[in-house]
Design a protein around this ligand. Structure first.
Ligand SMILES: O=P(O)(O)OC[C@H]1O[C@H](OP(=O)(O)OP(=O)(O)O)[C@H](O)[C@@H]1O
Length: 201
């Protein structure tokens, strides 16, 4: 995990009170870009080995990559596990939400994300898969730590490699101090995004 921090563009921290707009409606004190790690094949390989370890406990009928960050890892997992590959599309094309094919009769799917925050992106993919596949696991490289909440709300198994909290602990003390409260607030916002019923509890 520490090696990721040495990759230029991997971790961007907001400056002062100006947060980073990660997507419309979501502002964050930080951005993690796994795509920056694409410049480091040896780091990508090391990450893929870890993903293989945590997801080789059982068999899968299809591996599904979530663009863009999850795709290269899904490709490796598919090849190393000898399991068909499909890529989820944000928008359907020719009536399909997937590039490639979900094998007919598939009963289990391993969905590969790079970063799991609220799980909203993964849940869109899950909604499509669930039409046909009852047994789905989401696996991700980095997580903001909401795995069990996401697992409960979306009724899906979740496996992840590294927690963002742990990454932040590797920063120098003054940066860590600056980021700690905005990070806590961001995580709280994620909780209410994942489980709106938690607001006001
Ligand atoms: O769990 P969530 O709250 O949905 O957030 C995580 C998603 O956000 C990022 O994708 P982004 O929208 O930046 O797309 P990209 O990977 O294509 O750049 C990341 O790659 C995940 O797909």
């Amino acid at each position: 995990m520490r090696d990721c921090l040495d990759v230029s563009g991997f971790l961007t921290l907001a400056e002062g009170d100006t947060y980073i707009e990660i997507r419309p409606g979501r502002e964050s004190p930080m951005r993690i870009s796994m795509k920056a790690a694409w410049t480091k094949p040896e780091l990508m390989s090391a990450i893929d080995e870890q993903l293989l370890i945590i997801n080789s406990d059982r068999s899968w009928d299809v591996v599904v990559g979530i663009p863009y960050g999850g795709v290269p890892h899904a490709v490796t997992l598919s090849r190393r596990l000898s399991v068909p590959l499909a890529i989820w599309r944000h928008e359907s094309k020719n009536g399909s939400q997937f590039a490639g094919q979900i094998p007919h009769g598939a009963e289990s799917a391993l969905v590969v994300e790079d970063v799991l925050a609220s799980g909203a992106t993964a849940s869109l993919c899950l909604a499509e898969l669930r039409n046909n596949i009852p047994d789905v696991r989401v696996t991700a490289i980095f997580t903001y730590g909401m795995d069990s909440l996401i697992s409960t709300v979306h009724a899906v198994e979740v496996t992840t490699l590294f927690r963002v909290d742990c990454l932040l602990k590797m920063l120098d003390p003054s940066t860590r101090q600056l980021i700690s409260e905005p990070y806590r607030n961001f995580r709280n916002r994620l909780v209410s995004e994942i489980d709106p019923a938690s607001k006001g509890r």
